[in-house]
Design a protein around this ligand. Structure first.
Ligand code: NAD
Ligand code: MG
Length: 385
């Protein structure tokens, strides 16, 4: 039986993971579930999966969670430290599905534990990629990519020698505004931005998909996960979301991974790894789909992508600043404080105005993250609607 911890259990990826686990209770024992503030959701999941502990990040939820789980033998704790502790409680397999840089300290603790870490929390890898891959190397932890594109690359690289790989291409659906004019995008609402044409996801990543910042974060993610340089990484728009990524080899062969737009496919790949498991997902029907289209991303309407590519090439603290400023900008957009196009403008402004040395420790990364958020919050005033 595999001992499972799920960090960010109440979110879109967390729930998809539990959906798969529920189908094979014999194979998995859930030992820890964490959430930020959704006490009801966490309690419901804890009643169903009976982990050893349920942790709510927001201490205000402690009493309520305790009441909701009274009469069960699920241990209850609360607070940031308790989430980190749960990440280090000795699971064999951890799903890192907290959104944002808030996931960094927990994922580091899970990596130090040396088990398998299935990584969905891309922002942590973007901000602290070198430190995370170093931690995995030191402890012997296995880092498996959950993000659908990176999971696809991982599959296409199976058995490859690094020196034979010439390019890695990630696909992007193009999001809900793929065909919109700049003027229409200027007036886009949070509801329109989170209505992703192909994938059902949390609010933050849905907005990132609409700006294409998501693809930019994913290029940085890929840089840390795979043995390539920044100039070997590219992104193309593919509206059908059937091809998730392509790997080109030096002999001209290109391997692609295809599948339905259902996160349970890559999650299942990491859950059963190194073997495969059955999933209830719809099968990809290429005849019904009829065609696969590809186009170049438009840097004019989607400036977040070139911004992220610049941050990747610059390295050092730039990716952490990009990601932190983007978190603030997306939250402000979702709160209707700034417009859709202001997201990339704000991130660009923070990147241009704050240039600290490269972070050498997790403490440094968190300090850069905090300062970038502070600068972003200041700059937000200028864009306020
Ligand atoms: P979500 O918003 O649906 O869920 C986020 C989870 O993190 C929730 O359980 C929430 O309680 C928890 N959380 C949020 N803030 C926290 C904090 N400060 N401390 C502790 N816990 C906190 O997000 P999601 O869509 O499931 O995405 C999770 C991560 O996976 C993100 O980094 C996202 O980019 C990545 N990802 C998601 C998808 C997808 O299809 N949803 C695909 C690829 C990658
Ligand atoms: Mg993705």
């Amino acid at each position: 039986m595999r001992r499972i911890a799920i960090l960010g259990a109440t979110g879109s990826v967390g729930r998809s993971t539990l959906d798969l686990i529920a189908r094979d209770r014999e194979a998995y024992q859930v030992v820890a579930l964490t959430a930020n503030s959704d006490t009801d959701g966490l309690a419901e999941l804890a009643r169903e999966f009976r982990p050893e502990r349920a942790v709510i990040g927001d201490p205000a939820g402690y009493e309520k969670l305790k009441d909701l789980l009274a009469g069960t033998n699920v241990g209850v704790s609360a607070g940031r430290e308790a989430v980190i502790e749960a990440a280090g409680a000795g699971a064999d397999w951890t799903m890192a599905a907290i959104v944002g840089c808030a996931g960094l300290a927990p994922v580091m603790r899970a990596l130090e534990g040396g088990g398998v870490v299935a990584l969905a929390n891309k922002e942590s890898l973007v901000s602290a990629g070198d430190l995370m891959t170093d931690a995995a190397r030191e402890s012997g932890a296995t880092l498996l990519p959950v993000d659908s594109e990176h999971n696809a690359v991982f599959q296409c690289l199976h058995g490859a020698r690094p020196e034979d790989v010439s390019r890695i291409i990630l696909t992007a659906s193009g999001g809900p505004f793929r065909t919109w004019s700049l003027d229409a995008m200027r007036a886009a609402t949070p509801e329109q931005a989170v209505a992703h044409p192909n994938w059902s996801m949390g609010a933050k990543i849905s907005v990132d998909s609409a700006t294409l910042m998501n693809k930019g974060l994913e290029l940085i993610e890929a840089y840390h996960l795979f043995p390539v340089e920044a100039d070997q990484l590219g992104a193309i728009v593919h509206p059908q979301s059937a091809v998730h990524a392509l790997v080109e080899y030096r002999d001209g062969s290109v391997l692609a991974q295809l599948g339905p737009a259902d996160m349970r496919v890559p999650i299942a790949h990491t859950l059963a790894w190194p073997v495969r498991m059955a999933t209830p997902c719809e099968r990809l029907d290429l005849v019904a789909l009829g065609r696969l289209d590809f186009e170049a991303p438009d840097p004019e309407r989607f400036p977040a992508l070139p911004l992220a590519q610049e941050a990747l090439c610059k390295g050092g603290a730039a990716p952490a600043i990009l990601s932190a400023a983007n978190e603030i900008a997306v939250a402000s957009f979702l709160a209707r404080e700034i417009g859709f196009l202001d997201i990339a403008a704000l991130v660009g402004e923070v990147l241009a105005s704050y240039d600290p040395p490269a972070p050498a420790t997790i403490g440094d990364v968190l300090a850069v993250d905090a300062e970038a958020r502070r600068v972003a919050a200041l700059v937000t005033g200028k864009y306020r609607l």
